[in-house]
Design a protein around this ligand. Structure first.
Ligand code: ADP
Ligand code: MG
Length: 488
């Protein structure tokens, strides 16, 4: 039996509780319930959770709780892949800060004038939300300092890597104090991400929220078709304006570009959204889509994630996503605020096995829609045969049927200290996490000096200002950083 804790029981302070209440947020989501306690206890966290599960508060609340409002130091850094997302995070944090006036948040991103951002930075924000490239620019101009950052968050880490930010991120990490809290949030954890996590996280608590079954309000259907019928089906469905917003997903950038191009040539009101676009272009496309100037948004998975658009009527999967979880992410873009939505998937001969694995994952069959008559007949739906012919698999039902992914860090024990200075027992939370999966342990402690449990952290905390900062024990050639000037 799962019982959800309240924010108060998770150790959230009065100011933030009031702000949440004002926003109408009553109970924590799963990722919040599981990530907040280890984060309040200064642990590193790697969290995988689907879009829309409340990851921003999951890292934002503990970050704010740890900020010293009396200090002008930049203490919390959040890296996000896009301007839109950075702005969104900034807004969410400012909402949480409604009753904590002394904490300032600045948002800096590429594709915008640097001067106004410099002005913001001159006000000494304790929290900065940034895209990695622009943050490096500011750092080089010395318009901000990174040497007092105590917590760094990589939000949508998978997407940041996909967009080519790896080098910038690693450069930034190098400039941060070695003694810090590092947090990674991602909707997926591909090997690249796990590799990076090994390099930059230490003994992280792992939070893993499985994608839930799709919303029942989404009407799902598939066209079992040949690859070369797909475009014509799009024309048949969207040749006339449908009066609702539609997203067409494809897994490759190249395909997205081609599709958008072809649709425009068909005089359909389409635009492409992919990570090769400049920030400004992306923002313009999103705005046009939001405002209804564009009917059809053709997008890769990675780009469309994390953007809140409520009234999408139809989601089309131009190809079958590789992972059932991606399918659920994609179709979850519809039927959000409104009552219903449609999800249509084109399943070519080769993709039948893959689609069947999605059906297995969801434990339901999806309706097979008739192909418009003038397009001729499509293939028969026979996933076993498709697997045999196209992938050399003997049949379906293997791989992809992941139903695990339940919580790793079943965060308990964060009840200590409800207000900032009163958080006396940070180790309690850490201890409770010791049963958490921490597969990165080995790689994350290259020096082999990582404190094993909470004890050393606790000792270390005594060295820190008001027990607020986290101490990791001596590390590497730098040794213990010791108290900073101004600490007392
Ligand atoms: P994610 O980053 O996981 O995609 P967000 O953090 O952007 O999700 O949150 C999605 C939406 O849910 C936001 O509008 C946010 O204000 C709202 N939200 C977050 N936490 C809660 C909660 N505990 N209860 C209700 N709504 C929430
Ligand atoms: Mg998010």
């Amino acid at each position: 039996m799962e019982t959800t804790k309240t924010f108060q029981e998770l150790g959230v302070s009065e100011e933030i509780l009031r702000a949440l209440e004002k926003k109408g947020v009553a109970m924590p989501t799963r990722v919040q319930e599981e990530a907040i306690p280890p984060l309040l206890a200064w642990r590193d966290v790697i969290a995988k959770a689907p879009t829309g599960t409340g990851k921003t508060f999951a890292f934002g609340i503990p970050m704010i709780e740890h900020i010293d409002p009396q200090s002008d130091d930049l203490q919390g850094l959040i890296l996000a892949p896009t301007r839109e997302l950075a702005i969104q995070i900034g807004d969410e944090l400012r909402g949480l800060l409604t009753f904590s006036k002394k904490i300032r948040v600045a948002v800096v991103y590429g594709g915008a004038k640097i001067e106004s951002q410099i002005k913001q930075l001159e006000k000494h924000p304790q929290i900065v939300v940034a895209t990695p490239g622009r943050l490096m620019d500011h750092y080089k101009r010395k318009t901000l300092r990174l040497d007092r950052v105590q917590t760094v968050v990589l939000d949508e880490a998978d997407r940041m890597l996909d967009m080519g930010f790896f080098d910038d991120i690693m450069k930034i990490i190098k400039e941060l104090p070695t003694e810090r809290q590092t947090i990674m949030f991602s909707a997926t954890l591909p090997p690249k991400i796990r590799q990076m996590a090994k390099q930059i996280l230490r003994n992280p608590a792992e939070v893993n929220i499985a994608v839930s079954k799709p919303n029942e309000a989404i009407q799902q259907g598939i066209y079992v078709c040949y690859e070369n019928q797909k475009m014509e089906i799009v024309r048949a469905l969207f040749g006339e304006p449908t009066g609702t917003k539609t997203i067409i997903f494809s897994s490759s950038k190249q395909k997205v570009k081609e599709l958008a191009y072809t649709l425009k040539r068909m005089k359909l009101n389409a635009a492409a959204m992919h990570s090769d676009l400049e920030q400004e272009q992306r923002e313009e496309v999103m705005l046009d889509f939001k405002n209804g100037k564009i009917d059809l948004l053709v997008a890769t998975d990675i780009v469309a994630r994390g953007i809140d658009i409520e009234d999408i009527g139809t989601v089309v999967n131009y190809d079958v996503p590789h992972d059932p979880e991606d399918y659920i992410h994609r179709i979850g873009r519809t039927a959000r605020a409104s009552a219903t939505g449609r999800a249509i998937t084109f399943v070519s001969e080769k993709e039948q096995g893959k689609f069947h694995r999605i059906e297995t994952f969801m434990e339901r069959d999806v309706e097979k829609l008739p192909i418009p008559e003038h397009l001729g007949k499509g293939p028969v739906y026979n996933p076993d045969e498709s697997d045999r012919r196209f992938s050399g698999r003997g049949g379906h039902g293997r791989g992809g049927n992941r139903r695990d992914g339940q919580s790793g860090a079943g965060g308990r024990g964060g009840r200590n200290g409800r207000n900032r200075s009163g958080r006396k027992n940070p180790e309690q939370g850490a201890q409770a996490q010791s049963s958490a999966q921490a597969p990165q342990n080995q790689g994350a402690t290259p020096e082999g000096t990582q404190p094993q449990g909470a004890k050393e952290r606790t000792d270390g905390q005594k060295n820190r200002r008001n027990n607020r900062r986290r101490f990791r024990g001596p590390k590497g050639p730098q040794g213990s950083p010791g108290p900073k000037p101004g600490d007392n």
